[in-house]
Design a protein around this ligand. Structure first.
Ligand SMILES: [Zn+2]
Length: 247
């Protein structure tokens, strides 16, 4: 078990950051909370009934029926993402990317806030709500209108669409997970920001990085299930701590 600190960034962390060449940043819904994108766990999260509703609708089994209710839910989330701006924490991450010879973000979020600026190396473990994937040929296409409108169209191959999201009862693609695992295994430092660590398999990455000797820092509002894997857990708002950490 490491040290849990409130709003304090010890010099050991900043000294390490200045020495290392490879950094992995792992982000969860907490980093996008101030952009008003709903979180499903943690303080201020969606109420349980809403979580159950989303969980139920965003299952592969249910979504294949593509009712108006599914599309309304997806359009509601899409609208929230379109109206959102990258948070101070997202912007601070973009700024430090060029400092390292190996810099990667692994995100469990469905929003595209990491991808809005210059950050090109972001592994989106759970896909992006702004895109649809063809069920037949796997073509990825941005949703320019709304889910409701997009779903009236077909892919050029004639196939129907699915949201480019890892649905609750779907298994992550092997190659994607392998990439994430390789990054966690080979980084010198691993920083988790706003992840509860409850969603698998992403929640396994801190333990994987620790097992290979990385230095681990967690930034979150409250301690999490994965806290024991970190050398330091800094409790506080990511918008306040991340910019301070990366100055
Ligand atoms: Zn197709």
């Amino acid at each position: 078990m490491g040290k849990i600190l409130e709003n304090i960034i010890p010099s050991e962390i900043t000294t390490k950051l200045n020495k290392i060449n490879s950094l992995v940043i792992f982000t969860g819904a907490g980093i996008s909370a101030s952009a008003k994108i709903p979180t499903l766990t943690g303080p201020g999260c969606s109420p349980v009934w809403e979580y159950n509703f989303i969980n139920d609708l965003l299952s592969k089994e249910k979504i294949s029926s593509k009712t108006i209710l599914h599309l309304r839910l997806l359009d509601n989330l899409l609208e929230k993402v379109r109206l959102a701006y990258p948070t101070p924490a997202h912007l601070a991450i973009d700024k430090i990317a060029s400092r390292f010879s190996s810099f990667n973000v692994i995100s469990q979020n469905f929003d595209d806030l990491h991808l809005r600026n210059n950050l090109s190396t972001c592994l989106m473990l759970h896909g992006e709500i702004t895109k649809a994937r063809c069920l037949e040929c796997n073509l990825l296409k941005a949703i320019e209108t709304s889910y409701k409108e997009h779903w009236k169209t077909k892919c050029i191959c004639g196939g129907a669409w699915k949201p480019d999201l890892l649905l609750f009862d779907e298994v992550m693609a092997k190659e994607l997970w392998q990439k994430a695992e390789n990054l966690a295994q080979s980084c010198e430092m691993f920083i988790s920001i706003g992840s509860s660590g409850q969603v698998l398999p992403g929640g396994l990455l801190p333990a994987i990085a620790r097992g290979k000797g990385a230095f681990l820092v967690e930034i979150n509002l409250i301690p999490t299930e994965i806290t024991p894997h970190f050398h330091y857990t800094v409790l506080g708002k990511s918008d306040e701590i991340v910019p301070r950490l990366f100055t």
